[in-house]
Design a protein around this ligand. Sequence first.
Ligand SMILES: Nc1nc2c(ncn2[C@@H]2O[C@H](COP(=O)(O)OP(=O)(O)OP(=O)(O)O)[C@@H](O)[C@H]2O)c(=O)[nH]1
Ligand SMILES: [Mg+2]
Length: 353
Amino acid sequence: MFSDEAEIIIQSGKGGDGCVSFRREKYVPYGGPDGGDGGNGGDVIFKVRNSLRSLSWIRSRHLFKAQNGQNGMKQRKSGKHGEPCIVEVPPGTIIKNIQTDVLLADLSHDTDEIVIAHGGRGGKGNTHFMTSTNQAPKYAQDGKEGIEIHLKLEVKLIADIGLVGKPNAGKSTLLSRLTKAHPKIGNYPFTTLYPNLGVMYISEFDSITIADIPGLIEGAHKGAGLGIRFLKHIERTKALLYMIDFYEEDPFQQFQLLFHELNTYHPDLVKKPFYIALNKIDVMENQIHQEKFKLLLSEITTSPYSELITKDNIFLISAVTGEGLETLKNKLYHLVETHNVHTTNNNVLTNEY
Ligand SMILES: Nc1nc2c(ncn2[C@@H]2O[C@H](COP(=O)(O)OP(=O)(O)OP(=O)(O)O)[C@@H](O)[C@H]2O)c(=O)[nH]1
Ligand SMILES: [Mg+2]
């Protein structure tokens, strides 16, 4: 399962204690009770924030605690309610009680908000306990304790970018450079047998997810190789990155093959916004890869793809040395952001094949 997990402790606020107090006024010798009520403790509320993609900010903080209610005061003044603690999570977050393994919430929509731990109620002040036989109650209620729950949060990750390329093009290497994922990398075709997913961070809060799928070969749409089994996941990504081994003979032909396989599998795949990464430039002389690049551009210009591809959509990179990756990273992020249509939980990548 591609998921991001975090274990946290939440504590709702304790209710404030009710107050025991009596009116003390200059000319009122036997003033009645005037102790105010305690304020309620704050709730712990989970709220979906659509722009969040992972639980990373939550993992860096272990305890989430709402404020206690204030105690009641004399002159019937109630204590203030405690401020809630709001925990923002990405859409699709599942919240479980670790101790009981009970599912507490499944937050799939961006408007979802749920109180997971209610704050303790504030205690009543002594004004509530006056009876005909007890005109001066010296008793007030204590505020109720808040609750503490150990939670496990899990979010199924949605891939924003799908990496498509022939076997050995360097997709897994790129994923390992842009994210913290550790996919298997090997100098042979079909190193990747199952999709890998990684989260690429631009800042603490801004990230996109990238899926690396097994390499595609000719006839993939008819089931050749492995990649076809995983194209259904690519179908739901927002954008694609075509990975081309630029050291290989015919980069344009590699691109055409990939495009053709995707198009034959499902025409919607090739309608997605995409970039092309020309990888492995570290093993080529500067002049050679520049010439090869020019040739590729001229081939594109005179092809039916000329409408779809401009020079600005192509990036020369080395996934091994890191050359060109900073630019590519920013471009990929903005590509996703500008096509940030709301994705549903159907877009979840799972390992259930
Ligand atoms: N010189 C050089 N080698 C690279 C570069 N990127 C990847 N490689 C090498 O190319 C080989 C294949 O890399 P992978 O990342 O496993 O390729 P892949 O596209 O994931 O391959 P499959 O999983 O088989 O589809 C490995 O030996 C990598 O070290 C690069 O930028 N420069
Ligand atoms: Mg791979």
